[in-house]
Design a protein around this ligand. Structure first.
Ligand code: SF4
Length: 197
């Protein structure tokens, strides 16, 4: 079995990638490094949810790597609402820390649970994973887990896991809020009798 360090963004997004990678014969260990998540209480809640699941359900080890918020504020936050640039920088910081930890702990393979969410920028994330894995002499295990997202949603609900409604940073919280309001407004317009839009 190949030992693989799996960067995990949260508990619910870990369910299906872990199952799928184990079916392929990998032996995953979870790595937490997510300095993007705000506010601090939300960060703690997501980490606690992941740790509870890893201990009680998956029986997997979790390595808690550095959550360098100062670097995130210096290198990611200045991109503001420029989502492509912001998310690339955010993936790069987290995946680089995971790669650094993988080398330190003797892993040869690296992957990320970010590849399960249809809300992530999959191609950008994959580019950063491949680039950083090569830089650190690791094998990037690139998988498109997105078709597994509905199962991850269902199972995490059945397990009663905490499920967040935004990606993690304060910008994504604002963007998600706007999207929800747009959806509510569109719903209201559809209900107006005689509306042809
Ligand atoms: S939207 Fe998500 S991936 Fe993008 S910068 Fe914010 S926390 Fe990072």
């Amino acid at each position: 079995m190949a030992r693989l360090l799996l960067h995990a963004c949260c508990g619910p997004c870990s369910l299906e990638p872990v199952r799928s990678l184990m079916e392929e014969g990998y032996e995953p260990t979870i790595c937490w490094t997510n300095p993007n998540i705000a506010p601090v209480a939300e960060h703690g809640l997501r980490l606690a949810t992941l740790l509870d699941w890893a201990r009680d359900v998956a029986h997997l080890d979790v390595i808690i790597a550095d959550d360098d918020r100062r670097t995130w504020e210096r290198t990611v936050a200045p991109h503001g609402f420029d989502r492509p640039a912001r998310c690339r920088a955010c993936y790069a910081q987290r995946l680089e820390e995971a790669c650094r930890m993988a080398v330190a702990e003797g892993f040869t393979c690296i992957s990320t649970t970010l590849a399960v969410s249809p809300y992530q920028l999959f191609e950008t994330c994959t580019e950063e994973l491949v680039r950083l894995a090569e830089t650190y002499g690791l094998t990037p295990v690139v998988r498109d887990f997105r078709p597994l997202y509905p199962d991850a949603t269902r199972i995490s609900r059945e397990l009663g896991m905490y499920r967040q409604n935004y990606c993690g940073c304060r910008f994504s919280a604002a963007e998600a809020q706007i999207e929800r309001q747009r959806a509510r407004d569109a719903h209201k317009v559809q209900k107006i009798p005689g509306h042809m839009g």
